[in-house]
Design a protein around this ligand. Structure first.
Ligand code: ATP
Ligand code: MG
Length: 427
């Protein structure tokens, strides 16, 4: 029978890759708690309406990338393409937002039907960080500082650039949108197809077009800065001042608009040229209007999401991978059913008393093949129990990584001996 394969663009994570993910996640959990952020978990499926209303009907995600289907009741459900909208939905539903400040984070798979390639998958993973109830640029700066510290703790000191922009208040966006449409309408025929369509529906996204001819036409387009009102300017200046004070450098990219509708004021992306076209590792901004748009009271909010697959690629590209760890400290080798029982018991005693990783050989086999597995496990020491050892209540201790004579110990002495010996690192 033909074997069933995974879905294109949805990867398995194999045992040899999972230590890198655990390393990343461990660092993130630690960092987020040091900044006072709490984890929130919400389902992978939501009502389709949630994403339509938040991300925007005329965005790449909603127009072409969502996994949407009818369930058995005929309800339209969508596999979450991002976490901000469900995070707001959950926080609002459980009364976490009204008159409160919240610092939240989440992680997990997101789903988008895109063309799979390096750094672009159909099931990918994000860590998202969202802060609610804080209106000033200090929280924007905190989030950016948190991301900057994360790169530092991962050893990525070069290769990432912080691109920063402001999308202003909704009034200034409206004024700018009108000016942009007036400028582009006579040039419509020369725009790429997507941009032609967006001219009517979502003209700001044209700034983000990857098409070179469209970009050339934009060279003389009106500039957003000229349309910013005073409050928007003050917020942005406040953010820049704080980033300067923190020593975080950035590049102003006035074309940065982001692919989702809900952003206003601050937007930012951490980008790299080490990953080809998939160069954005982390992206976010302020979305003060979203909570209200989803039925809550007006609530200031700002957040970002980072793509973990791209981060893994970046760690590889910058040679910042964590050291490979051995799978075990101690490997138990045994032969004969009585010895097997003794080995299982001894392994439990060791795990009970010492913080060691203990692997018991299961399933029998010759001593030779068991030693091969012991070696491959990376263990420093093999404990051997054959028939006669089992009978006499002793264990042979064989050091696998250092010049040291094999010892015979009474079973009762093994814990004390290993405790003393394994405290010193291997030579
Ligand atoms: P892009 O411009 O690369 O399509 P995006 O603007 O659609 O990115 P966001 O919605 O802002 O991305 O998501 C935040 C982050 O999630 C991105 O910066 C990226 O690191 C990651 N990401 C987004 N889509 C994918 C994907 N299909 N596969 C892997 N990672 C992704
Ligand atoms: Mg995208």
């Amino acid at each position: 029978m033909a074997k069933i394969q995974s879905i294109r663009g949805m990867n398995d994570l194999l045992p040899e890759e999972s230590p890198l993910w655990q390393y990343l996640e461990g660092k993130l959990h630690n960092l987020l708690s040091r900044y006072g952020y709490s984890e929130i978990r919400f389902p992978i499926l939501e009502q389709t309406e949630l994403f339509k209303r938040s991300i925007g009907e005329v965005t790449d995600i909603v127009e072409k990338e969502m996994y949407t289907f009818e369930d058995r009741n005929g309800d339209s459900l969508t596999l979450r393409p991002e976490g901000t909208a469900p995070c707001v939905r959950a926080a609002e539903q459980h009364g976490l937002l009204y008159n409160q400040m919240q610092r939240l984070w989440y992680t997990g798979p997101m789903f988008r039907h895109e063309r799979p390639q390096k750094g672009r998958l159909r099931q990918f993973h994000q860590v998202g960080v969202e802060a609610f109830g804080m209106v000033g640029p200090d929280i924007d700066a905190e989030l950016i500082a948190l991301s900057a510290r994360f790169w530092k703790e991962l050893g990525i000191t070069e290769g990432l650039t912080l691109e920063l922009n402001t999308l202003g208040s909704s009034d200034s966006r409206k004024a700018f949108r009108e000016a942009l449409v007036s400028y582009l309408t006579p040039l419509k025929a020369q725009l790429d197809e997507d941009s032609q369509r967006r001219l009517d529906t979502n003209p700001l996204r044209i700034l983000d077009s990857k098409n070179a001819e469209t970009q050339a036409l934009l060279a003389d387009a009106p500039v957003f800065d000229d349309y910013l009102d005073e409050d928007s300017r003050a917020h942005f200046a406040g953010l820049c001042e704080r980033l300067d004070a923190l020593g975080i450098s950035y590049v102003r990219n006035s074309k940065l608009v982001r692919g989702l509708d809900y952003y206003g004021l601050t937007v930012f992306e951490w980008t790299t040229d080490l990953l080809g076209a998939q160069g954005t590792v982390c992206a976010g901004g302020r979305y003060d209007g979203l909570v209200e748009q989803l039925g809550g009271k007006p609530t200031p909010a700002v957040g970002f999401a980072m793509g973990l697959e791209r981060l893994c690629l970046l760690l590889e590209a910058t040679e910042n991978l964590p050291e490979k760890k051995a799978q075990a400290d101690v490997y138990l080798v045994s032969s004969g059913s009585r010895a097997e029982v003794e080995a299982l018991k001894l392994a439990e005693t060791l795990r009970e008393s010492l913080a060691l990783r203990v692997v018991t050989h299961c399933g029998g086999g010759s001593f030779k093949s068991q030693f091969k597995k012991a070696d491959r496990s990376g263990a420093r020491v093999a404990l051997i129990i054959g028939e006669s050892e089992a009978e006499q209540g002793v264990v042979q201790v064989k050091w696998l990584r250092e010049e040291r004579e094999q010892q015979e110990l009474a079973s009762a002495e093994v814990v004390a001996t290993l405790a003393a010996a394994l405290e010193t690192p291997a030579q």
